[in-house]
Design a protein around this ligand. Structure first.
Ligand SMILES: CC(C)(COP(=O)(O)OP(=O)(O)OC[C@H]1O[C@@H](n2cnc3c(N)ncnc32)[C@H](O)[C@@H]1OP(=O)(O)O)[C@@H](O)C(=O)NCCC(=O)NCCS
Length: 228
C-alpha cells in the first residue's frame, strides 16, 4: 500500500472530504445504539415497561414484545441524531470548505493523500465555545479511510494541527468527541489531550445517552513533534 503525505485542502478534494467525514461519523451508529442499551437508565425503563405490560395483560409474551418494540424504535432515533449532526456539518462548514477553513483567519484544512486519493482529513479553526476563543484553536473533522487506518495517518494529522496552533502562539487546542469514538480518544490522549468536561449534542441526543467529551491539550506540554 502506498505511503501518504499531508497537504492542504484543494477544491478537487471536496467530494472525497465530505464522503470521508460522513462515513467516519455514521460508522459509530451501531456502537452508540449498543451504548444506549447498556445504560442503567434505559435498562430500568425497559424493565419497568416489561413489568407494567406483564402486570396489565398477564402475558410474558406481550411484555417482551413491548420491550422489543421500544428497542426497535430506538435504533432509527439514534441514527437520526447522528445523521442530523452530519447534515448540519455538510450544510455549514463542509459546504464551503475553502471559505470556512482556507480563507478564514487562524483556520486550515489538511488532507492525507495516498496514491492520488484523499485518505484522511482534519481541520482547525477558532473554537465554537466563546470561553475558549483567543487562547485556543479547535481541532475538527478528523477522519481516516478504513483502508488506511492503523498506519499513523491520524497521528500525522493531529501533529499538523498542534504545530499550526503552536506556530500562531496559541496555548491550547480543544476538541470534542463522543463516548463511542474510542480510537479517537486514545489518539488524542496519546498526544497530550486530557478530558476536561462534557457537552450535549442535542436534547434528543441527551435523551439517548449520547455523551460528548470535551478535550484540551495545553501546548507547552504537548507532543506536537514526538519522535517518529
Ligand atoms: C480515529 C481515527 C481517526 C484513527 O485514525 P488512524 O489513522 O487509524 O490512527 P493511527 O494509525 O494514526 O493511530 C493513532 C492512535 O490512535 C489510537 N487508535 C487507532 N485505532 C485504534 C483502535 N482501533 N482502538 C484503539 N485505539 C486506536 C491509538 O492510540 C493509535 O496509536 P498507536 O498505534 O501508537 O497505539 C480513525 O479510526 C477514524 O477515522 N475513525 C472514524 C472517524 C472518527 O471517529 N473521527 C474522530 C472524530 S473526533
Amino acid at each position: 500500500m502506498a505511503s501518504f503525505r499531508i497537504r492542504q485542502y484543494r477544491d478537487q478534494d471536496y467530494e472525497a472530504v465530505r464522503s470521508l467525514f460522513t462515513h467516519g461519523l455514521l460508522e459509530h451508529v451501531p456502537a452508540a445504539y449498543r451504548f444506549l442499551l447498556r445504560s442503567a437508565r434505559v435498562q430500568l425503563v425497559l424493565l419497568v415497561l416489561f413489568a407494567t405490560v406483564r402486570a396489565a395483560t398477564g402475558s410474558w409474551l406481550l411484555g417482551l414484545a413491548a420491550v422489543a418494540l421500544v428497542m426497535a424504535a430506538t435504533w432509527p432515533m439514534v441514527r437520526f441524531v447522528c445523521t442530523a449532526y452530519v447534515q448540519n456539518a455538510l450544510s455549514t462548514d463542509l459546504c464551503d470548505i475553502e471559505g470556512s477553513y482556507m480563507q478564514a483567519p487562524d483556520s486550515c484544512f489538511w488532507v492525507a493523500e495516498a496514491g492520488g486519493a484523499v485518505v484522511g482529513t482534519v481541520a482547525v479553526a477558532p473554537p465554537q465555545n466563546p470561553a475558549d476563543r483567543g487562547a485556543a484553536l479547535e481541532l475538527l473533522r478528523m477522519s481516516v479511510s478504513k483502508d488506511y487506518r492503523g498506519r499513523g495517518v491520524s497521528k500525522a494529522l493531529c501533529r499538523q494541527v498542534l504545530r499550526f496552533a503552536q506556530a500562531r502562539g496559541y496555548s491550547a487546542v480543544v476538541l470534542s468527541t463522543s463516548m463511542v469514538q474510542v480510537a479517537a480518544q486514545r489518539l488524542y490522549e496519546s498526544h497530550g489531550f486530557r478530558k476536561v468536561g462534557f457537552t450535549g449534542l442535542s436534547p434528543l441526543g441527551d435523551l439517548l445517552c449520547i455523551q460528548i467529551f470535551r478535550y484540551r491539550c495545553d501546548l507547552s506540554g504537548s507532543t506536537a513533534d514526538p519522535p517518529r
